[in-house]
Design a protein around this ligand. Sequence first.
Ligand code: GN1
Ligand code: MG
Length: 560
Amino acid sequence: MNEDQRLLFLSSSSHFPPPQGVKLSYGTSGFRADASILQSTVYRVGILAALRALKTQSVIGLMITASHNEVSDNGVKVADPSGGMLSQDWEPFADTLANARDPQHLVELIAEFVKKENITLDGAKPVEILLARDTRPSGEFLLEAAKQGIGSIIGAVALDMGILTTPQLHWMVRARNGGVKASETDYFKRLSSSFRCLVDLSPSGTHANNVDDKLVVDGANGVGGEKLEILKTMLNGLAIEVRNSGKEGGVLNEGVGADYVQKEKVVPFSFGSQDVGIRCASLDGDADRLVYFVVPSTSSNKIELVDGDKILSLFAIFIKEQLSILNKEIDVKAENGYQCRLGIVQTAYANGASTDYLKQLGLEVTFTPTGVKYLHEKAAEYDIGIYFEANGHGTILFSEQFLCWLKARTTELSDVAKGSEQHKAALRLLAVSELINQAIGDALSGVLLVEAILKYMGWSIQRWNELYQDLPSRQLKVKVVDRSAVVTANAETVAVTPPGIQEAINAEAAEHPRGRCFIRPSGTEDVIRVYAEASSQDAADNLAQSVAKLVDQFLGFGSS
Ligand SMILES: CC(=O)N[C@H]1[C@@H](OP(=O)(O)O)O[C@H](CO)[C@@H](O)[C@@H]1O
Ligand SMILES: [Mg+2]
């Protein structure tokens, strides 16, 4: 590191002293905390993003958001060149950097790291970092801190993309690195044109007309509602009404949004008896999660939730059907055939009924620990990998090799069998690969794909919801002295430590019909999460309560 660079670091970082007595860690969603203590962290993540851009010689993203958390929180995360999450082997450095106690120490850490990673800090090859934030008021000053961090590295250029959803920023990073046009307008154009293409390829028979064109969306009073207002003007044949767009004075994520709807299973604010039977959807605060729901009756505020597992199932059925039309009468091993590996990835939170259903369809289902980075990585092993968390975060990944074959096959079919069912199936799969955000789960592209598939199937939301019946479940969280005392294995289904706890959980689960229960330390909050499932709601509630008690006995404040 040359002297100019060293001096620049020292002077710039002296404006961003770290908060006292707080240890931050780069969890499943980057750093998250009360916004008032995050300035120094965001400044340092600016440095991290710039170093990552120099290392990879690619465009990198930096997003300021705390998703579904309360409005006073904020957070920061980095998008890698592929548009995915920051490579896991850089996370320990992110932690060290965030917790460096003073400017001197910070410079030493950086000097050591750039040496180890062979990063040249001479500014010879300039790199770009795309910045964005959600609608949180604290985003403005935190974005400034990120710019200062980036500006402290010679040759790193910050490009402020303004207020965006998290998936929009990830999409832009991926597009820029793939040499594709990547403005917000390009994003909207891509989504609306591939949606139109899918709708045009729907069967025109009468059943398609049975589907109600109206969809009501809860925007969580965040950025997603705002963006959907723009997107909806570009769509034909779908009438979207956005509520809780943030313009009506409601508070971000307060009594609204996908996280609230999925966990509480009640209507979000501004929804109620006027919506009985209508197709409704809910986005989270940064629009990377999506769930659907129906208000079944005027007499209560309870909803019927159509969660991430059901969105996954809908996508899986559709893709499977298109693949089988495409491969009809051809030998997949023949020259123009392709043995497409379709894989489904879930976590332990997936409702057991969804896993049974998917397996019955003959699909390959695998499990990973919670956190998009794990699901995404696993799904990328397939030609078409579909992943979803029950909470509504998920997407579909297509391998380059498969897409290459699909494009060639589509051209071939348009020459010899234009307009045939096979040709249409190929075009539909191509349109899905364009519509779905392959960088990360995206509520806006997700909503359009759900809508296009429902139209294709001629299904109402009720028909879709009947694919299988969810097993009743309950989630609880327990505060403990040290959550790292719980270590899990087998995609978090087994607690290896503290010794004896898993046996006790098994004994409880065995006492409940269809009982299944697991515990794990949260990656985003200082708690142990308990998930229980059983054949009745009472049994699921009971099981969760008993296991929460066990957690408290083994690890709670009374146990030490
Ligand atoms: C049970 C649950 O919903 N967990 C969420 C939550 O993680 P925890 O590690 O459980 O705190 O936030 C993550 C980031 O948004 C998300 O990926 C995950 O699914
Ligand atoms: Mg989110």
